[in-house]
Design a protein around this ligand. Structure first.
Ligand SMILES: NC(=O)CC[C@H](N)C(=O)O
Length: 334
């Protein structure tokens, strides 16, 4: 009878450090990711059963740097199936932290549900001293099972904070305080209870025009990194490999070196979409026609999306339109 009053939360496991194991408790940085199965992870946190009726599903078991577009689609489809089920109140996804921000943003764009979807990882394997995975997972289940988390888009619970899956990014690879948003967290989880302070302003989930059920495959979109003395080799190679769009991971406000500008103009004339983003560490802010004449060049700006998030939106957007003005609208709205 008690079970009937608790929310039903499904944990979809994909691997990462939260499922990692090292040789000794002193190994906080040297270990193997994606080793421990979801049933063992759940059994390791018996307190989960006080929060929700929890069931686990092993969707894949990989380190997240190896996640492919096919993996993203597979995960997205499973999330949608579960979200459609009236027996499911919330979904948690355990994930490696290297590309967690990409998966969280992808799900933000394509899942048509107001049920909580929470992506979670850890910075230390469960075998390490002061492992952070147990509490991160406990917090994820608490948020996924809560009514207040409904309609707030895809969320990420790391280091006691509730972050927007759209905004959050891995900012450092050694601290447990690794995930930050340039615009701040949405809330906090303390002792299994969530405290909210702000809401996402961009279109997401229920309000999104994209739907995982309509997406058969994702187009090839690549990223080229900018730096002093850069040349156009990477851009040309991406175009030759069939990229439909190239994310310019630009310096500063998405600035483009004079050695690269003519190549990007020519690639755009050949039909490749050029999307200017910034790789500055704390979050870029790229505006149209500032620094480069985007109207004249028919380029798109990624605004505050970092290069890896810009790739996700570009892929999803290109399943709907090939028009650069439509792409730009989407980059403002999502
Ligand atoms: N902290 C982590 O999860 C990193 C482990 C691994 N590189 C991954 O992303 O899966």
């Amino acid at each position: 009878q008690e079970a009937a009053t608790k929310p039903n939360v499904i944990i979809l496991a994909t691997g990462g450090t939260i499922a990692g194991a090292g040789a000794s408790a002193a190994n906080s940085a040297t270990y193997t990711a994606a080793k421990v199965g979801i049933d063992k992870l759940i059994a390791g946190v018996p307190e989960l059963s006080q929060l929700a009726n929890v069931r686990g599903e092993q969707v894949m078991q990989i380190a997240s740097e190896s996640i492919t577009n096919e993996n993203l689609l597979q995960l997205g489809r499973r999330v949608a199936e579960l979200a459609d089920s009236k027996d499911v109140d919330g979904i948690v996804i355990t994930h490696g932290t290297d590309t967690l921000e990409e998966t969280a943003y992808f799900l933000t764009l394509v899942e048509k549900t107001d049920k909580p979807i929470v992506v979670v990882g850890s910075m230390r394997p469960g075998t390490a001293m002061s492992a952070d995975g147990m509490l991160n997972l406990y917090n994820a289940v608490a948020v996924a099972g809560s009514k207040e988390a409904r309609g707030k888009g895809v969320l990420v619970t790391m280091n006691d904070e509730i972050q927007s899956g759209r905004d959050v990014s891995k900012m450092i690879n050694i601290k447990t305080e690794a995930f930050k948003s340039p615009w701040g967290p949405l809330g906090m989880v303390v002792e299994g209870k969530s405290y909210w302070f702000r809401l996402p302003a961009k279109r997401h989930t229920m309000d999104s025009e994209f739907d995982i059920k309509d997406i058969k495959s994702l187009p090839n979109v690549g990223i080229a990194y900018s730096y002093g003395n850069v040349d156009d080799t990477a851009y040309k190679a991406l175009a030759q490999s069939g990229a439909k769009a190239i994310i310019h991971a630009g310096t500063g406000n998405g600035s483009v070196a004079s050695s690269v500008v003519p190549t990007l103009q020519a690639l755009r004339k050949d039909g490749v979409q050029i999307i200017r983003s910034s790789h500055v560490n704390n979050g870029g802010f790229v505006l149209r026609n500032a620094e480069q004449p985007d109207d004249k060049n028919d380029w798109v700006v990624a605004h505050d999306l970092n290069p890896q998030k810009a790739r996700i939106l570009a892929m999803v957007a290109l399943t709907k339109t090939q028009d650069s003005k439509e792409l730009q609208r989407m980059f403002w709205e999502y």
